[in-house]
Design a protein around this ligand. Sequence first.
Ligand code: NDP
Length: 282
Amino acid sequence: MAQIIDGKAISAQIKEELKDRVSQMKAEGREVTLAVIQVGSDPASTVYVGNKKKACGYVGIRSLSYELPEETTEEKLLGLIEELNGRTDVNGILVQLPLPKHISEDKVIGAICPEKDVDGFHPQSVGKLCIGQPGFVSCTPAGIIQLLKRSGIEIAGKECVVVGRSNIVGKPMALLLLRENGTVTVAHSKTEDLKSICRRADILVAAVGRPKMITREYVKEGAAVIDVGIHRMENNKLCGDVDYEDVAPVCSAITPVPGGVGPMTIAMLMNNCVESVELQAK
Ligand code: NDP
């Protein structure tokens, strides 16, 4: 029977640890502050932003909210980021994506001071991850490393296959597994014979964005399977990129959807906010 990796419980544990750290910092006269910027009123973004602010409140992080109208100009947004970059009482800056089409996401991400880039999307953060220097790491893949470690799944020396090469999940995931001494293969839509490559994996990470694509034909018996995908099905239930019912009987460990990778993303954002205070103090 596969071990079900409980992301809800692990993220709750991380938030408790952070809560203790934040109250310790407060006792030393240090406060953690995250500025959250949302442009427009996309309903999904509003839910994500609300969840992030709620988590801040729970952990004891002060959150500053900037809700800008859809028609906000790029110049105005860049001006706000510049102002927040310069404020010593702001530790982290988060711009909720996606942005309206008339604003360049690359420009906006690049404008955030790397010491406040708690999403880990700035090219300098990505570069530091690549060359093994300390810096912010994209929250979803950082959360997956925590899931593996806290579930007692060994990464060093193992065959790791990441399906997907996006800048926010697949690529940083591959770099993090490499940093943990995994032997890493990155597969994508042009990969030939994907099934046999996936079947090599001791740790298989699916970040494909295709509902239930990964069936047991892609999975080596006894592998650990991490499902990043999240999709709403016609019956309104959620599913991942992995066909859970098909794969669970053949693997040694698996993340469910919901309740696997999802809850880890916000926990790691909170972690990055706390780390930002330490980083800025240096
Ligand atoms: P993207 O769409 O940016 O990337 C998908 C990747 O999968 C691409 O690299 C693409 O290859 C590859 N791919 C697509 N189809 C195939 C295929 N048939 N065979 C092999 N590879 C394929 O998605 P994201 O990385 O942003 O997200 C992936 C999933 O994770 C989504 O379901 C998303 O909703 C979810 N997600 C969940 C989060 C969470 O907190 N749980 C956070 C972020 C994302 P190519 O590069 O060649 O096009």
